[in-house]
Each structure stands twice: as C-alpha cells, then as structure tokens.
Design a protein around this ligand. Sequence first.
Ligand code: ADP
Ligand code: MG
Length: 387
Amino acid sequence: MKKTITDYNYNGKKVIIRCDLNVPIENGIITDDTRIKESLKSIKYLIDNNAKTIILSHLGKIKTQEDKSENTLYPVYIKLREYLNTNVYFSRETRGESLEELVNNLKEKDVLLVENTRFEDFPDKLESNCDEKLSKYWASLGDIFINDAYGTCHRAHASNVGIAKNLPNGIGFLVEKEITKLDEILNEDTHPYTVVMGGKKVSDKTLMIDNLITKCDYLLLGGGMCFTFLKSQNYNVGKSIVDNDNLIYCKNLMNKYRDKIILPVDIVTNNKNIREISSISDNESGFDIGPQTIELFTDILKKSKRVIINGPMGVFEEEGFSNGTKKIYEIIKEKHIKTLIGGGDSAASVNKLGFANDFFHISTGGGATLEYLSGTILPGIAVIEEK
Ligand code: ADP
Ligand code: MG
C-alpha cells in the first residue's frame, strides 16, 4: 500500500501538490473545468489541515517561446480563486527569487499556484527529462510532496517523480481512487472478461494488446483500431486509419489469438454506407461499426462479467457515426455489466451520449490508464513510499 495524503500531519508545513490542471483553454477562457473541480478534494484537504499549499501542474506542451503565452496557468488561477475560500496566489516564475519570496510569505491555509511546469521544457526539456537539479530545486521549496496528477503518472517528469525522490511523499485522493478502481476490476477473478478497444491513437494502443490479451477472454476491436487488423487479414480498408508499421504484429496476434480477437463484420463508411468488411472501396473510410457488428459485440458483452473499454467505436462526435458507441453503452447500462472506461475521448463520449452514471468507473487518464491496464508500473506511483 502506498502512502496517501491522509498519512501526514500538515500543520504549518509547506506541501507541494502535483495536480492535473491541464484544462482546455480557448482565447484565455476555460471551456471545461472538470479537472480543476476534481483536484479540489485534495487541495481542500490540505487547506483544512492548515498546510501552506504549493500547486504544480503542466498545461499543454511547450516547444517554443510562443507556446508559453498560450499555455499560461493564469486562467486556472482565476478559477481556483473562485472555488477556494482562502488566499490564492500565482507565481509567474517556475523558479527564482520571486517564486521563493511567494513561498516564504505563505501562511497556513494559503495556496500558491505556480506557472506551468513545462515552461521548464523550453529550451532544455528540464521538466520532461526529469532534470535532477530542477527536481531538487522544486523539492527544496516544500516539506512534503503529494502526487495527485493521475493523468501524468505514466511519465517520469521532474514535477512528479523528480520531486517525490527528494521529499516525504504520498498519493492524493484522485490517484488513490483511480488505482483502487483499476486494481479492483483487474484482480477480480470473474469471467468472461472482455476488453473493448477503439479510438484513433492506434499505434500507442496496438502495442498494449500484447499483455491485455493474455488476461482477457475477448478483445472486441472497433473505432479506428480494427483496420490495421483487418488489413493484416488482407481486407481492403480503403482510406481508413491504418498503422502500417504494425501490420505484421497484428497478423501474428491474429494467428495466435484468433478465438479471442473479434473484428467487425460490417462498418459504416464516411459517406454513410453500410459495408460488409469485404466490400469497402478504395476511397472510403470506416467511421463506425455496422449493425451486424453491433449485434456480434452485444452478444459477447451480454455474457461478460467485467468489461474494460478504451476508445470509442466510431467518430461519435458526429451524429451519423455515434450509433456503435451508443449501442455498446446501452447494453452495459441495461445489463448492469461491471465496466471501467478509460481515455479522454471515451470519457467525453460517455458524457455526450448520456451514460455518465452507468459505469463502475470512468477513468480520467488516457495514457496512464492504458499503461496500467497493460501491466506497466506507473513511475509516478512507483516512486511513492510504501506505508
Ligand atoms: P481515447 O481518448 O478514449 O483513448 P482516442 O484518443 O484513441 O480515444 O481516440 C478518440 C477519437 O477517435 C475520437 O475523437 C473519435 O472521433 C475517433 N475515432 C473513432 N473511430 C474512428 C474511426 N473509425 N476513424 C477515425 N477516427 C475515429
Ligand atoms: Mg484521446
């Protein structure tokens, strides 16, 4: 068991908490503040326990000087002031005298949000490369470190792994909830156990299958995930998404696990035709699973005792291509199947299609959840002390 936020006494202590405040911002306006709201539980716990709270987070990616003005956490600071009933300060610097002065002036229950940790990525990638000097410097600002940024736990960056190596540490409420739910469903010995994969980050996801497939009874492939497999079986997939680098890998998987891997038998194309998979033409792309596939997948889901879903079954954002994704969620709801869903877009699809309360757990992390599911020990969690 990892140490958690409730394992320390915070009276008057400077606590660095790594949150995931990576919210979508358009023209300076936050368009969805879910991640801020989800981070409040741990932040408020620290405030209630008289800590001096220093919040670190990344926002987007910083590759050029210009990226900095578009990825400032300042709008998040304004939001935090709305949500937190205490003094909230903002440091425009990610290191140096002005930051240190703000830290040293903090009183109990005060909160300081520090500018985007990835500002340290330009020009030298110090944050993303877990630079030792930067990690030690950030750690020197606090007494205790809490990691509550689940979405970046699969990365070893200075602001999570680097600081944790240099301070007493624990995980926050969000990370604790995520791994408890994931462990519960992964370690349960109920079968059939079915994994459903879709979405479009095909190369990342394909390579995770190796480990997942050994544990599950069925792997249902839809969305953009199925076409590399179909092509490896010599079907013409037209202009659908294909990961040509992994064709042989997929072919080998098909040979080895032909009984477990279930591919679509028909699809809905970009021009809204329903095609058997043997009759997709050169200039068509598959954008959703077809009615016979829905039936096939539904039959397997109906008898499944636990299900993990990663990635939507089609381009659900457009009405004409949301049916497959919706029908899969309907059967899960109707049959009360214990289902964990992970991935940023998957979570969005559940909300958009009206199934937000029908799952055992909706994981907030995309890459982190997928790596956890595939058996990787996440560095951001591995670095935390055991109880
Ligand atoms: P997640 O964030 O849930 O892990 P991904 O990021 O891999 O999922 O992919 C989500 C995106 O995949 C959605 O925006 C959806 O429109 C797109 N998508 C789903 N099916 C297809 C398809 N057949 N062709 C192209 N894009 C697709
Ligand atoms: Mg995504």
